[in-house]
Design a protein around this ligand. Structure first.
Ligand SMILES: C[S@@+](CC[C@H](N)C(=O)[O-])C[C@H]1O[C@@H](n2cnc3c(N)ncnc32)[C@H](O)[C@@H]1O
Length: 651
């Protein structure tokens, strides 16, 4: 291990300081041409440099355990990477002598101490007091040598509190003592091997906000900038580079941590995954070459250098592209890979999958209701069969007949022979070809075209058959909208994208069309659903909802399907219009924000819309509300100036 203690301090503010003082800081070799920009060939030197460093590391060093040492840093504390925490000692220092009972501590992730849930009560009984900020994060205050960490955490906590204006709540005081259950069951030795205790299980009665906050703290402490270099985390990619007094610093985005947790490190301080890091450095220079003009690349003889922010943001989007491409490649190369792609570069909130993932609608009513639903379905189908609503000679016959009935009955419009899908020859695909407020009737098994295998009107079936082939990325939006769904393949305008099983805040969508006498049916994905549940609202959406009628030929049981409203590229966030409606309670009138579709399935929330829209589109209904107050002030100022200037002169 590198024994220069000042090398510990590598963060955005202090990295520079340490770089100045350190004598063996990493720098690119000066031996080559002095005016040559730093190019990938030289990056290989970095990697060989790091190989050397790796070799210097004692073999038996297990970085998952903090090692004992007597060496103290110049600042008077022991570098965390050189500390050992002996759980029993810790307990002794806290006056807990019954070590058999209190098998308390698992040491993980550098310096975070996890307390086994069953011990929490014992600790409570033995009156061990933990500072509040530590209890929040489920840390233990373990030894005096950790004091500085505690102070650090304290400062961090105060900062966060100020930043997010968090207030203490009553429950917070109690959080530490709440029993928890680990993720994995104990192994044969009775030891819990779960990687982490999920906050929701740990705090079953905590509100969602509290759970998020605790998770946030826990994560914060795992990536503390000061110790980023000792964390056992892989570098995901390098975001930025600067040279300060001939010392090179790289800004690293760590795997599993948000972008804002990126830290400045010197390669020499990277204690884990060095080879990986060297590769990332190499990739960084490769990517940088693509965006920074040759003239502006850092030259070796310059002792100070930083990349202009314009190039850094270009580099980030380049990385994003590369990352997504590699995700797609991984999926394509592995035909069995039915994994969900999840990406969160913005914060530390956990998985969005707090619902049961299902691939078919489930009926949530009682057995009686289910039976009557099945009976109704059967009757409808029998009626449809008897009426001959299936293709007898040509594909599309069934849909024309059904459409005729529907158009005349519901829309009272004149019927013209109708086609649901149109073949676009030049681009070789079938697209939907009528407005979304009409139902689509698809061919069924009784149809002759189905029997002969030349049906062209069964898009929903194709969508279902292909549902694993359509690739999506679940991604954090980076604003208050939470998670969203991103296309990982292009879709052409009019193509079906995904079957929808939820709508709006309530994650539900009413299906009933026009028969007020029939029981209403709703697709509700609050507890179960598919990926469509994660699609956000937009006032200028790239998806549009169509309703498709299949086997039972029942217009009150359509399958909502999202079709591409325009061409969608890889990386575009998917969105559709929730048709948010405000009911004006005083006047009893409703305002529909989108008149293009019928208002049968609008979300109507009596005291206003369920959320302020943050879709960011030019057509956003809440755009004005998000505009910076500065502008308004400016406007007000201008107005008042104008009104002053307009004042008629008296006399
Ligand atoms: C069906 S969920 C969509 C997935 C959701 N973003 C998540 O993380 O679970 C609908 C919720 O997402 C949020 N949301 C969706 N679109 C939004 C928008 N345009 N502006 C603000 N919030 C939005 C709202 O909180 C809404 O209740």
């Amino acid at each position: 291990m590198h024994d220069n203690d000042s090398s510990l301090i590598i963060d955005s503010d202090e990295g520079e300081k340490s770089a100045n003082t350190s004598s063996d800081c990493h720098k690119l070799p000066d031996t080559e041409s002095k005016s040559v920009p730093v190019l990938p060939s030289q990056c290989r030197n970095i990697s060989s440099n790091m190989d050397q460093l790796q070799a210097e590391k004692p073999e038996n060093q297990d970085s998952s355990l903090v090692q004992p040492t007597t060496r103290r840093s110049r600042r008077g504390f022991i570098p965390l990477s050189q500390l050992t925490i002996n759980p029993e000692d810790v307990l002794k220092t806290r006056g807990c002598s019954d070590t058999e009972k209190l098998k308390v501590i698992e040491e993980t992730e550098g310096w975070i101490v996890k307390i086994k849930p069953e011990c929490a009560d014992n600790l409570k009984a033995s009156k061990v007091r933990f500072p509040k900020h530590l209890t929040l994060a489920f840390l233990g205050e373990v030894a005096d040598s950790f004091k500085y960490c505690v102070n650090n955490v304290d400062t961090r906590y105060k900062h966060l509190k100020r930043k997010y204006q968090w207030e203490d709540t009553e429950e917070e005081k109690d959080w530490f003592y709440k029993p928890s259950s680990p993720v994995n069951p104990p192994n044969s030795d009775g030891i819990n091997e779960g990687p982490f205790y999920p906050t929701s299980a740990m705090l079953p009665d905590a509100s969602l906000l509290e759970v998020i906050r605790i998770d946030h703290y826990r994560q914060m402490f795992t990536w503390k900038k000061r110790h980023a270099n000792t964390l056992r985390r892989k570098a995901e990619y390098i975001l930025d580079f600067k040279r300060k007094n001939r010392n090179d610093l790289y800004k690293v985005k760590w795997c599993g941590l948000p972008k804002y947790a990126a830290t400045w490190v010197r390669p020499i301080d990277i204690s884990s995954f060095r080879y990986e890091f060297a590769r990332k450095v190499f990739e960084f220079w490769e990517a940088l070459k693509k965006v920074v003009p040759h003239k502006k690349m850092p030259i070796v003889r310059r002792s100070n250098y930083s990349i202009s922010s314009e190039y850094v943001s270009q580099l980030c989007s380049e990385y994003q592209k590369l990352k997504r491409e590699s995700m797609i490649k991984i999926c394509a190369e592995n035909p069995l890979c039915d994994a969900l792609l999840i990406e969160n570069e913005y914060d530390v909130s956990g998985s969005p999958f707090n619902f049961e993932f299902i691939s078919k609608n489930k009926f949530s009513g009682t057995q009686d209701q289910l039976e009557s639903y099945e009976d109704e379905k059967k009757t409808q189908k029998d009626v449809a069969d008897a009426m001959g609503y299936y293709c007898k000679e040509t594909c599309g016959e069934c849909s024309w007949n059904l459409y005729k009935e529907y158009a005349l009955a519901v829309h009272k419009s004149t019927y013209t022979k109708h086609k649901h899908y149109k073949y676009i020859e030049e681009r070789d695909y079938w697209k939907v070809c009528h407005p979304p407020d009409f139902l689509i009737f698809e061919c069924i098994e009784t149809c002759v075209c189905k029997k002969e295998g030349n049906c062209k009107l069964d898009m929903l079936k194709k969508l279902r058959d292909n549902h694993t082939k359509n690739r999506f990325l679940v991604s954090r939006t980076g604003d208050d909208r939470g998670w969203g769904l991103t296309a990982m393949q292009p879709f052409k305008q009019g193509e079906p994208v995904i079957e929808i099983w939820r709508k709006g805040l309530m994650y539900s969508m009413d299906l009933t069309q026009n028969d007020r006498n029939m029981a209403a049916y709703t697709v509700d994905s609050s507890r179960m659903g598919n990926l469509s549940r994660l699609i956000n609202h937009s006032c200028d959406p790239n998806l549009v909802t169509y309703k498709i009628i299949k086997e039972d030929r029942n217009i009150n049981r359509p399958h909502p399907v999202l079709f591409a409203a325009r061409d969608i590229e890889i990386g575009d966030e998917l969105s559709f219009n929730y048709k948010l409606t405000i009911i004006d309670q005083n006047e009893g009138s409703s305002r529909d924000d989108d008149n293009s579709e019928s208002d049968e399935d609008c979300i109507t929330v009596e005291d206003g819309r369920p959320f302020l829209c943050q879709c960011g589109s030019k057509k956003c209904i809440d755009r004005e509300k998000h505009e910076k107050p500065k502008k308004k002030n400016l406007k007000r100022k201008n107005d008042s100036k104008a009104s002053k200037s307009k004042k008629p002169k008296i006399g």
